[in-house]
Ligand binder design. Structure first.
Ligand SMILES: Cc1cc2nc3c(=O)[nH]c(=O)nc-3n(C[C@H](O)[C@H](O)[C@H](O)COP(=O)(O)OP(=O)(O)OC[C@H]3O[C@@H](n4cnc5c(N)ncnc54)[C@H](O)[C@@H]3O)c2cc1C
Length: 430
């Protein structure tokens, strides 16, 4: 049988976008039984849960048009409603431009720290890590009350271990005006990269399913190679070998290297040094509407076992049965939760935040794990990825996507990575 010259690993958004842009002449192999990768929606007892919040921020006009064509009449356009909960009060997001409402001593510490940081900015060296980035741009108070504890909970490692490379796009840097206006409650300007988003009415899986149904070739599900002979350009599956001229892989980069047959030691070493934290979170079904009308809330304090709580049914009413609600609760600990201990702590936190009134409001809470959640941009990150990518390129392998390219990126990026990979695969000589 003649095989397509381009083989694709993974039917997440990256792999499916690559197949779409290739328009045929390719085959897709997906390890799991359904498309979507991280962009899926699970259903339990009439409630719908994504793999935590998956909102679409679309800036590329072609990608936006494409997504709208895939989901005609199904996308809700939503203005972000996000808050921070700390020291017993809600303040607006981002914390650094909204200190109004915080205890006055905290607000004072944040403002003074910010002003002092500005004053010494010209004499402060370029930050070598994310902690230094926070101290340089936000000052001591904002760093101590929000940036450091929140990011430690989110990434699962101290910001000192993270290089500042990733943050310029994702961390909103406030202007002096914003900080002052936000301190006196005058900030009516939403900051940050995710002010507006699109969301499919019945969850993000709608996008993955529509994209899959539109592909020129159907993915082969539950079909992952057990090894890759990169020298001969052959994928070894349990049911036979598949040769390729070019391979586009959206499998996590460290796992891809594990599949290669005897790669050079420096490539194995580089792959072994890549770090990525898993994530445990809870799907929480409520018997009644949530007590807050927000989309999600950031929770920086260490006394709460979670760092963010979001409400799917506030994105779209179709996510929960009428009169009920569903939440995601993202946990700070990377260990498998002991629900007997954890659930009472989570329940107490949700009651304190006014999201539920009593433990009986929770219909059920299911713990879930994402193996690869946050790639750690540590200090050896760039060099390691460069070594692996150079080697793969010599062998006709394009490793791309959030985990294939080993980065912190969005669903729109995944669709763009797929488009770029298709163009590169076409250009590369076998
Ligand atoms: C907690 C969390 C929250 C997020 N929130 C948002 C958000 O609000 N907005 C946003 O835009 N983005 C968000 N993202 C990012 C978004 O999920 C990803 O950018 C996007 O889904 C990545 O798509 P991908 O195809 O690159 O990777 P994946 O979704 O990981 O897809 C890779 C696919 O490859 C398959 N695979 C793996 N190994 C093999 C193999 N050996 N052979 C065959 N198949 C294989 C996997 O099963 C999977 O289906 C979030 C991510 C996380 C973790």
């Amino acid at each position: 049988m003649t095989r397509a010259p381009i083989q694709i690993l993974g039917a997440g958004l990256t792999g499916m976008s690559a197949a779409h842009h290739l328009g045929g002449d390719c085959e897709i192999h997906e390890r799991l039984a359904a498309p979507g990768g991280h962009a899926i929606t699970l259903q339990e007892r009439g409630y719908r849960f994504d793999r935590t919040g998956h909102l679409l921020h679309l800036r590329d006009p072609d990608i936006r048009r494409w997504v709208e064509q895939l989901l005609p009449g199904r996308l809700i356009e939503v203005q972000r409603r996000s808050m921070v909960f700390s020291q017993g009060v809600y303040t607006r997001y981002p914390y650094q431009a909204n200190t109004y409402g915080l205890p006055p001593t905290t607000a004072h510490e944040c403002l003074m720290g910010f002003l002092q940081a500005r004053e010494r900015a010209a004499r402060t060296p370029e930050p070598a890590d994310f902690e230094q980035f926070c101290l340089k741009h936000f000052g001591d108070g904002f760093s101590r009350h929000f940036m450091i504890p929140y990011n430690q909970k989110l990434w699962g490692v101290h910001p000192r271990e993270i290089s500042p490379d990733w943050c310029s796009r994702f961390v909103p840097l406030p202007q002096l005006d914003d900080v002052i206006a936000g301190a006196v409650g005058l900030n009516d300007r939403e900051l940050g990269y995710n002010r507006n988003f699109l969301y499919p009415r019945s969850g993000i899986a709608e996008l993955s399913e529509a994209l899959c149904a539109s592909l020129p070739v159907a993915p082969r599900f539950e079909h992952a190679p057990r090894a890759i002979d990169h020298g001969r350009r052959v994928l070894h599956f349990d049911d036979g070998d598949v040769p390729y001229q070019r391979l586009i892989s959206s499998a996590p980069l460290d796992r891809l290297v594990d599949l290669l047959q005897a790669p050079p030691a420096e490539v194995s070493r580089a792959a072994a040094s890549l770090r990525c934290t898993p994530l445990w979170y809870l799907d929480v079904a409520l018997e009644r509407p949530s007590g807050i009308d927000m989309h999600w809330v950031y929770v920086p304090e260490a006394r709460f076992p979670f760092y963010r709580v979001g409400c799917y049914s506030n994105f779209s009413a179709e996510m929960a049965p009428p009169g009920k609600a569903c939440l995601y609760v993202e946990l700070a600990s990377r260990q498998q939760p002991d629900m007997d201990t954890l659930l009472p702590q989570v329940t107490a936190g949700l009651i304190e935040m006014g999201i539920i009134e009593a433990p009986g409001d929770i219909a059920f809470a299911t713990p879930r794990r994402i193996d690869h959640a946050y790639v750690i941009y540590d200090h050896s990150y760039q060099a390691s990825v460069a070594i692996i990518e150079a080697f793969l390129e010599q062998h006709g392998i394009i490793s791309t996507g959030r985990y294939g390219g080993w980065n912190y990126s969005s669903m729109e990026d995944a669709l763009i990575f797929g488009r770029q990979a298709a163009a590169r695969a076409r250009e590369q000589k076998p």
